[in-house]
Every structure is written in structure tokens, then in C-alpha cells.
Design a protein around this ligand. Structure first.
Ligand SMILES: CC(C)(COP(=O)(O)OP(=O)(O)OC[C@H]1O[C@@H](n2cnc3c(N)ncnc32)[C@H](O)[C@@H]1OP(=O)(O)O)[C@@H](O)C(=O)NCCC(=O)NCCS
Length: 320
């Protein structure tokens, strides 16, 4: 027994930062950002906390699933950095929702949503749970160097949630990691211990864009192909692709290499930028909101991110 998705939700901050406004902060332009990345706007936290966004997405997902907090058997939150170092963001969410089940975080960067689905699958397989809440949400504006045009134009805040219940919706899921700290990392920042001997680096996101790009393109195409094959399907049988939204050119390269029509790829990057773990979860909730999926549709997800991690899965939509 695995799971089916019973309900989805999303939450993004109200404030919209346009490329034009960014161009007043660093030396860039709407033209550069749009053509190199496909991003037009991103939503950035001003008054909202990450917890408030997590609760909004969770409540929406639970309402759409017809499930209340007392029904939950497990909460998994995929995030790079929650409200606290400890307790976990999942425990904070559990408290705010009034749930009583176990709760923990997963840090797999942009692949976090798919990592969380894989972990949840294990709990269903062992018969330990009937209802699981998965939240994938990040607040990258908090770790971006707003003076670095190489990175600050790419990211946004927000994420989504999904309630999972016993079912056969999940057809295949796979996660990978290739330990690497050189191309994408964010240090903790200052170590305040008077005993610690190593220098500290400011807590900003550091990225080698072209190296990440190469990893992304290869991972995306390989991950999608592999997940489809392992699910016992062909590319022709795929109705929708939800790719990680990091750069529209990465998505378009995948489109050019796969036998899946371009219009079947969900693209939300122009509105939200790269929201890390939140990206696939937002795209899922957006698609559900628009009524894109019908019962029996095969949806393939694929993500990549710091780690370097990847995740891919195939889910058959089994809601009317
Ligand atoms: C970051 C990325 C958009 C850069 O695109 P690119 O086409 O590779 O561009 P380059 O890195 O070659 O930079 C080209 C030039 O634009 C400049 N540039 C970088 N950011 C800029 C910006 N925001 N505005 C204007 N110019 C910019 C660079 O300084 C460089 O100038 P130079 O040639 O004078 O040195 C691209 O590499 C990318 O998307 N990588 C993957 C990032 C990613 O997915 N990260 C998250 C993983 S989860």
C-alpha cells in the first residue's frame, strides 16, 4: 500500500518583487533576467513568517482533502531553514495546527518535496500511517545576498502542502544524492563558540551557475526518463510533467529531449522564480487549482538542487 494525494495547497507572500524593481537594487535588467531565466516576478516575505506560510498552505491542503489536524498521523516538512534551528519546522507546524502526531523536517534543498514523498511512502508501506501532511516551503530571501546579481534575481519565497492518504497513486519514486559543497551551498554564518578555530563565511547562498546548470539539465532528462520507465509507462502515456522551476531554459531543454508535448510541462517560474523545495509543490497546487488534472492522469515530477540532490516520481491522479 502506498499513497494517493487527497488535497493540495500553496502559500506565497503578498509582496511581489518585479525584475524592474530588482534593476534598481543591482546592475541587471528585466531583459537579462527574462531571457536568461524566464523569471518575471517573485514573491518575497515582508510581514509573513515562514510558519504563517506553512500554516496557510497546510490548512488549504487539509480543507481540500477533507481532513482535520486530529486525523494526521505524520507531518513532514521539507525546508532548508525553518523558523528555528530547533525545534524542527514540522514541530512548529504541528503545534500551530493543533495536531498530535510525530513531525520532522527533511533538508534536501530543491528536491525536498520529492524526498518527503519518498519518506512518506515508507511509512505507508509499513502500515504506520493513514494520513500524512507534507509541506515543502522555503524562505530563500533570508539567505540570498541581495548585492549579488548572480543569485538574487533567481529566487523567491513560498511553497505548498499536500495531504496524502492510503492509495495506489504513487507509481514510482526515486531520490539521489551526490555529495558536493562546491557548486551550491549556504553556510551557517558566524560560529559564536569562543573555542572554535575555523573562519566563518557570511550565511549567503553561493552558486556556480553554469555548473549547476549542467547538472540540472542532465538530471532533469535522466530523472524523468528513468521514473517513467520504472513506473512501467512510456513517455507517450505521460499527461503532465511538473519540473523543478529553476530556469525556463532547463525546462525547455528537457522538452526538446523528451517525447512529451511541450504544453504538458507545467511552468510557474515567471511568477514565482525558484522557490527551492517549494517549487514543485506550488506547481502542483496551482495545477490542481486550475483544474488541469483529471482522474487517471499520469504526472511525472522531477527536481534537483543543493546536495547535490535529485528526486523524481510518477503519480497517477485519482481524484475526480
Ligand atoms: C545563473 C544563470 C541564469 C546564468 O546564466 P548564463 O547564461 O550561464 O550566464 P553567465 O553565468 O554566463 O553570465 C553571463 C554574464 O551575465 C552576467 N550576469 C550574471 N547575472 C546577471 C544579472 N542578474 N544581470 C545582468 N547580468 C548578469 C555575468 O556577470 C556574466 O557577465 P560576463 O560575461 O561579463 O562575466 C544560469 O547559469 C543558471 O540558471 N544556472 C542554474 C542555476 C540554478 O538552477 N540554481 C538553482 C539550482 S536548484
Amino acid at each position: 500500500m502506498s499513497f494517493s494525494i487527497l488535497g493540495t495547497g500553496k502559500a506565497v507572500p503578498e509582496y511581489v518583487l518585479t525584475n524592474d524593481e530588482l534593476s534598481t537594487m543591482v546592475e541587471t535588467s528585466d531583459e537579462w533576467i527574462s531571457t536568461r531565466t524566464g523569471i518575471k516576478r517573485r514573491h518575497i516575505c515582508k510581514s509573513e513568517t515562514i510558519t504563517e506560510l506553512c500554516i496557510k498552505a497546510s490548512n488549504e491542503a487539509m480543507q481540500n482533502a477533507g481532513v482535520s489536524a486530529k486525523d494526521l498521523d505524520l507531518i513532514i516538512c521539507a525546508t532548508l531553514r525553518g523558523e528555528y534551528i530547533t525545534p524542527s519546522q514540522a514541530c512548529v507546524i504541528q503545534k500551530e495546527l493543533g495536531a498530535t502526531c510525530p513531525a520532522f523536517d527533511i533538508n534536501a534543498a530543491c528536491s525536498g518535496f520529492i524526498y518527503a514523498l519518498d519518506v512518506a511512502d515508507g511509512f505507508f508501506a509499513r502500515g504506520r500511517v493513514k494520513k500524512v501532511l507534507v509541506i515543502a516551503l522555503d524562505n530563500l530571501s533570508n539567505i540570498v545576498d541581495w548585492k549579488d546579481r548572480n543569485t538574487c534575481v533567481l529566487f523567491g519565497d513560498g511553497g505548498g502542502a499536500a495531504v496524502l492518504g492510503e492509495g495506489d497513486g504513487l507509481k514510482y519514486v526515486e531520490i539521489t544524492a551526490k555529495g558536493d559543497t562546491s557548486v551550491l551551498q549556504c553556510p551557517h554564518g558566524e560560529n559564536t563558540s569562543p573555542f572554535y578555530e575555523h573562519p566563518s563565511k557570511p550565511p549567503y547562498l553561493y552558486m556556480n551557475g553554469p555548473e549547476v546548470y549542467k547538472f540540472a539539465v542532465v538530471s532533469m532528462v535522466r530523472g524523468i526518463r528513468n521514473a517513467i520507465r520504472k513506473a512501467g509507462l512510456t513517455e507517450e502515456e505521460i499527461d503532465w510533467v511538473i519540473p523543478h522551476q529553476a530556469n525556463i531554459r532547463i525546462i525547455e531543454t528537457a522538452v526538446s529531449k523528451l517525447k512529451i508535448p511541450s504544453e504538458r510541462f507545467i511552468r510557474t517560474i515567471s511568477e514565482y522564480g525558484n522557490t527551492s523545495g517549494g517549487s514543485c509543490a506550488i506547481a502542483l497546487a496551482d495545477s490542481v487549482e486550475k483544474g488541469l488534472f483529471k482522474k487517471g492522469d499520469n504526472i511525472v515530477f522531477c527536481a534537483f538542487g543543493a546536495g547535490l540532490t535529485t528526486g523524481s516520481c510518477v503519480i497517477t491522479w485519482d481524484k475526480d
